[in-house]
Design a protein around this ligand. Structure first.
Ligand code: PHB
Ligand code: FE
Length: 511
């Protein structure tokens, strides 16, 4: 079987859309990079995603750009065609650009030294280093996105680029989120590990008032009268993410009943707390733990319940089953280090590009993805700043699914691309807005209300599509062909409290 990876292009892109169940499509700020770029004038920097001060701009590249400079790093990802990035180091600091974030247009190239150049083709990314003067060139119309901060060059035209049709007649306001601030649950300190079961071989675990057990097919979670079960493969896939991501942002729903909410240092474990019926009936239970304590038990459950051959990070077609009585273990799969670039993948001393040599063969569904690295010409002394790598190759070689890894970092603006197949193992209830840019193929997102679980929308994303996920929803993605997704996070620790106090909106922009 050979698979065809679908990328988008200026001249050839099929947009997905927001199909509302009970919502307003404006909340998803849904646009498409190729659509925006194809309708823009050359070198306009049109904002397609915004999270507080951070933005992603879409650019139609054609001919020569102005010279730009910024006091912070920026990153450019070629989405279609070919782009040359020329970098220069000014001999003196540039007045206006040092006073304000964002890219600043220069009237002309200031007196400077050449740093080098990077030639980018589709899927390749380069650093636009802080305090450089850069110019982009494209011999034929091309498209790019830039990870940067809002500045004088950023253009906003939301109403023209975003889907506005299809709102439901009346959307009930979601319940207030201000619960966690109001109460301080005591920290639970009871943690127990049972003996291996004589029949199945698995251990039982107790954390606070919660009991965890598994058998050949199911995981069981009990708290007093409240009993719950879920398929053990789904449980382990969700647990794997909760462990690997340090309880992630906001709420990790394993399903409609069981989950954790991250308070960064402390964490709540619950049954039914994000389920309207449980809450209404008073059947929900929540307990709070020091994160390090709950993490220790979660790691122990994951280690004991994961059998030889089962990889909770792998697509179902690339692993054996999770089921049956205990047989062996898979420490290698569950102890993978999370990859996180400090500045950008491929920079000297930063996280490495992936290759056959480093143990990352191309995935069976990405065999058609070009693997060459961008052309980089560096003047001596600028090796740490003139750099690029092939992001699409990097993603085509991921050995895991639904596991974003930080690839470029601008302060709290984190590009976290990932490769996806089958179903996101958690129903993620974020505590902030996050953004998706679909880089290849298609993902469908089921979106529900974060607090109640009521269905709100179904979002279909195809190559080039951009969508915000509001801070009051939960979402779960479905990808039938392995696909590439750029998850864009604002990691600022202030955001959850701003939103809980109602001082920041749950949507990134209003238009
Ligand atoms: C998300 O919750 O937004 C998320 C998590 C993991 C992924 C993709 C998206 O791989
Ligand atoms: Fe999410």
């Amino acid at each position: 079987m050979t698979f065809k990876t679908k990328f988008g292009a200026l001249a050839d892109h099929q947009k997905g859309r927001v199909d509302v169940i009970d919502d307003d499509p404006r909340n998803y700020v849904f646009s498409n990079v190729f659509d925006v770029a194809s309708r823009a004038r050359p070198w306009e920097r049109v904002c397609v995603a915004k999270n507080f001060e951070y933005v992603i701009e879409a650019v139609r590249a054609s001919g020569e750009s102005p010279f730009w400079t910024a006091r912070h790093d920026e990153f450019v990802l070629c989405m279609d065609g070919e782009l040359t990035v020329e970098l220069h180091k000014p001999n003196a600091p540039i007045g206006g650009a040092e006073a304000r974030d964002g890219a600043h247009r220069l009237d002309a190239l200031p007196s400077s030294k050449p740093m080098g150049r990077v030639v980018l083709q589709r899927g390749q990314m380069a650093l636009l280093p802080k305090q450089s003067a850069y110019q982009l060139r494209a011999a034929a119309p091309s498209a790019a996105i830039i990870q940067t901060i809002e500045g004088p060059e950023t253009i906003f035209r939301w109403a023209e680029i975003c889907q506005t049709d299809g709102a439901s007649a009346s959307r009930p306001a979601s319940p207030t989120r201000a619960t966690a601030l109001d109460r301080a649950l005591p920290l639970q300190t009871r943690f127990e590990t049972g003996a291996a079961d004589a029949d199945t071989g698995y251990r039982a675990f107790t954390v606070g008032g919660f009991a965890f057990e598994r058998d050949r097919y199911f995981a069981y979670v009990r708290h007093g009268e409240v009993r719950h079960q879920l398929p053990v493969d789904a449980f382990l896939r969700a647990l794997m993410r909760d462990v690997a991501w340090g309880f992630f942002y906001g709420t990790v729903n394993f399903d409609d009943v069981l989950g954790t909410t991250n308070f960064y240092g402390e964490v709540e474990l619950f049954l039914g707390a994000k389920n309207e019926s449980f809450v209404r009936a008073g059947r929900d239970v929540t307990e709070r733990f020091a994160s390090a304590d709950l993490m220790k038990t979660f790691k122990a459950i994951l280690a004991d319940w994961t059998n030889e051959g089962f990889d909770p990070f792998a697509a179902p077609l690339e692993t054996t089953a999770a089921f049956g009585a205990k047989h062996g273990s898979n420490a290698k799969a569950i102890e993978r280090e999370r990859v996180s670039a400090r500045r950008m993948v491929g920079l000297p001393g930063d996280t490495e590009v992936r290759s056959d040599r480093t143990g990352y063969p191309v995935n069976r569904m990405f065999e058609d993805v070009p693997q060459h690295q961008p052309t980089v010409e560096v003047e001596p002394g600028f090796e740490h700043e003139v750099s690029g790598f092939n992001l699409f190759s990097y993603l085509s070689r991921s050995d895991v699914t639904w596991n974003p890894s930080v690839c470029s970092v601008l302060r709290e603006s984190l590009f976290c691309p990932t490769s996806e197949e089958y179903i996101l193992p958690i129903d993620h209830g974020n505590d902030r807005v996050e953004w998706f840019i679909q880089l290849s193929d298609e993902i469908v997102w089921d979106v529900k209300d974060g607090a109640t679980g009521r269905p709100r929308a179904r979002v279909t994303m195809r190559a080039g599509d951009v969508a915000a996920m509001p801070a009051d929803i939960r979402h779960r993605g479905f990808s039938t062909k392995r696909s590439m997704l750029l998850v864009w996070e604002n990691g600022s620790p202030q955001i959850p409290d701003l939103i809980r106090r109602g001082e920041a909106p749950v949507v990134p922009v209003r238009f």
